[in-house]
Design a protein around this ligand. Structure first.
Ligand SMILES: NC(=O)c1ccc[n+]([C@@H]2O[C@H](COP(=O)([O-])OP(=O)(O)OC[C@H]3O[C@@H](n4cnc5c(N)ncnc54)[C@H](OP(=O)(O)O)[C@@H]3O)[C@@H](O)[C@H]2O)c1
Length: 278
């Protein structure tokens, strides 16, 4: 599997690009050697078009005639375009079966819980994921937006292959709450989402003085340097990069061949510690 993942969310939610640009962006990620693609049944505008993103990915892969490891998510709904958790076992099951159809596959490569639902016992939600795995509808199970205590509880029910939590300059909890170290120790992938702070954070990252200086010195974009730094920080990390333009994912993807020395990592640590970022 590639060191980086492509997160396809921005190709289907509000502000999404035209379909030909969306396909070109996914193709640019694949051309750059990224073979791990993240999606969700809820990546769409609203409840009228659930699984938009999965259909886009499935059809693009078929047109291209190639395969990739596709990670999808269940457990979030989009009534009226809002993001609402729904961890009821029946909802988890129905969404996973709809994802199989949208991606047109027999088994989901990695089925992730999008977020825990505080109204539903966590063990019940995870139990629904475990049953889907037992039935062969999902090869691997992952969790998003969880604490490591929830990770430990889930692992009593089903093997967990990955945790997908936010990790970026504004939210560095993964480094301090024990999750990164826990994942590395236990052989669980830590899929770091919104590494640039999303579509709003990405332009700001580029204007951060110290980080921009470090990037300029190495003749790379701040985004590419940031991803290389994430890769160097912890072996469990798979940065999950979003894009709406082929150029941006092509640039970020080159982080996997940007080797940083310990001094480089320390320099980026210092740059990121310097506030504010604008
Ligand atoms: N599990 C969850 O709850 C959860 C939540 C949020 C996101 N995610 C996943 O994580 C993925 C990534 O997160 P994200 O899309 O929110 O944010 P992100 O990766 O932090 O930022 C995406 C933005 O970065 C820009 N960008 C990428 N590479 C660039 C480069 N080299 N130079 C300049 N700009 C660059 C893109 O610009 P352009 O648009 O111009 O290409 C895009 O707008 C999502 O797609 C989704 O799969 C998961």
């Amino acid at each position: 599997m590639s060191a980086l993942g492509f997160g396809a969310m921005l190709l289907s939610i509000t502000g999404r690009p035209p379909e030909d640009q969306a396909r070109a962006t996914l193709n640019a990620a694949l051309d750059a050697g990224i073979n791990f693609v993240d999606t969700a049944g809820a990546y769409c505008l609203d409840e009228t078009e659930y699984h938009h993103n999965e259909r886009l990915i499935g059809s693009t892969l078929r047109l291209r005639g190639c395969s990739a490891i596709v990670a999808t998510k269940v457990g979030v709904r989009r009534p009226g375009g809002a993001w609402t958790v729904d961890g009821r076992p029946s909802a988890i099951r129905a969404a996973a079966i709809a994802s199989l159809e949208a991606l047109d596959v027999q088994a989901l490569d990695l089925l992730q819980l999008h977020a825990p639902d505080s109204r539903v016992p966590f063990a019940d939600t995870v139990g629904a994921l475990a049953r889907l795995r037992e039935e062969g509808k999902a090869k691997l199970i992952g969790l998003c937006n969880v604490s490591w205590q929830q990770l430990v509880a889930a692992r009593r029910i089903v093997p967990i292959a990955s945790v997908q939590n936010r990790w970026n300059v504004e939210d560095r909890r993964a480094e301090t709450d024990g999750m990164l170290d826990h994942c590395a120790r236990e052989g669980i992938a830590f899929v770091a989402y919104s590494p640039f702070g999303g579509a709003r954070g990405a332009p700001v990252l580029g204007t951060h003085g110290r980080l921009a200086d470090e990037a300029r010195r190495r003749r790379v974009s701040p985004h590419r340097l940031m991803v290389a730094w994430m890769l160097a920080k912890n072996p469990a990390v798979i940065p999950l990069i979003g894009a709406r333009r082929p150029e941006s994912i092509a640039d970020s993807a080159r982080a996997s061949s940007l080797a940083l020395t310990a001094e480089d990592v320390a320099a980026v640590d210092d740059a990121l510690a310097a506030k504010p970022f604008t």
